[in-house]
Design a protein around this ligand. Structure first.
Ligand SMILES: NC(=O)c1ccc[n+]([C@@H]2O[C@H](COP(=O)([O-])OP(=O)(O)OC[C@H]3O[C@@H](n4cnc5c(N)ncnc54)[C@H](OP(=O)(O)O)[C@@H]3O)[C@@H](O)[C@H]2O)c1
Length: 263
């Protein structure tokens, strides 16, 4: 299926590994010009080279912390200078620490909101002026199933992600007449480097083996397995496509059936 995004410029935030990297890869395979970013320069450079070598596409990399407004502005400015515009935005970031109400102070909530809510709002504000001008845009905000079905041990994530859904839905209504869609993806448990690290630290803390870690998660997933990053990337690529122009304001879980509610 041709997604109709050849030569479109896609900015994929937080993308040197994990979900962001898989999304950048997929958009590049579809022929989009891809801009990636992360904080660690070395890993970012490796990812840029890996994607470009496999797809032969245009891939630019910027060292930028999505929490830093100045760095994000500079990345957007440079992208537009080099590639002309931004047509697709995938907002993404690292995840906040896990824990329950007793584990955190107001400062921790502030950090989590900056990382997972304000960074999304800022990225959207940065790109929307170009999308309005060209009367075409696709915004996909990466969230989590925790936004739809809060996870007890992730109070910071539950709080910040719900905010992203509210923002995305409001924004989608306010920019729809410009040909811009705004949707959110709520990934369920997906086997990225981060989850592999969590499995290792579970074993190191003596709570059980790596196998136990995955078994505990898998028992709540109807498909009986974790997702692959590529499976999230395919959903993002579809929402970025020309054909998805009538889908907006949606929060789509890609979770092997993990979410138990109807919506
Ligand atoms: N994997 C899952 O099962 C799952 C499920 C639901 C939701 N999520 C959420 O989806 C997001 C991505 O998860 P993941 O598993 O792909 O994580 P990951 O494997 O840890 O990858 C995170 C990526 O984001 C970059 N990054 C982190 N913080 C950043 C920042 N402040 N500014 C710029 N780049 C940043 C990292 O590079 P640097 O460290 O070099 O910056 C890395 O490239 C997280 O918010 C996570 O909570 C994941």
């Amino acid at each position: 299926m041709d997604l109709g995004i050849k030569n479109k410029v896609a900015l994929v935030a937080a993308s040197s590994r994990g979900l962001g990297k898989a999304i950048a890869f997929q958009l590049s395979r579809e022929g989009a010009k891809v801009v990636i970013c992360a904080r660690n320069k070395e890993r970012l450079g490796k990812t840029r080279d890996e994607i470009a070598a496999e797809t032969g596409g245009v891939v630019r990399a910027f060292v930028a912390d999505v929490k830093d407004k100045k760095q994000v502005s500079k990345m957007v400015e440079q992208t537009v200078k080099e590639l002309g515009t931004i047509e697709i935005l995938v907002s993404n970031a690292g995840g906040p620490p896990s824990g329950t109400a007793d584990d955190f102070t107001l400062n921790d909530y502030q950090d989590a909101l900056e990382l997972n809510l304000l960074s999304t709002i800022n990225l959207c504000y940065e790109v929307i002026r170009f999308m309005k001008k060209q009367k075409w845009g696709r915004i996909i905000n990466m969230v989590s199933v925790a936004a739809k079905q809060p996870i007890d041990s992730l109070i910071l994530s539950n709080t910040a992600r719900a905010g992203v859904l509210g923002f995305s839905k409001s924004l989608s209504n306010q920019v729809a007449s410009y040909g811009i869609t705004v949707n959110s993806i709520c990934p369920g448990y997906t086997k990225t480097e981060r989850v592999e690290e969590l499995a290792k630290s579970f074993e190191e803390s003596g709570k059980g083996t790596v196998k136990d870690f995955y078994k505990n998660i898998q028992k709540n997933i109807p498909t009986g397995r974790l997702g692959a990053p590529e499976e999230i990337a395919h959903a993002v690529a579809f929402l970025a496509s020309e054909g998805a122009g009538y889908i907006t304001g949606v929060a789509l879980q890609v979770d092997g059936g993990y979410t138990k509610g109807l919506f």
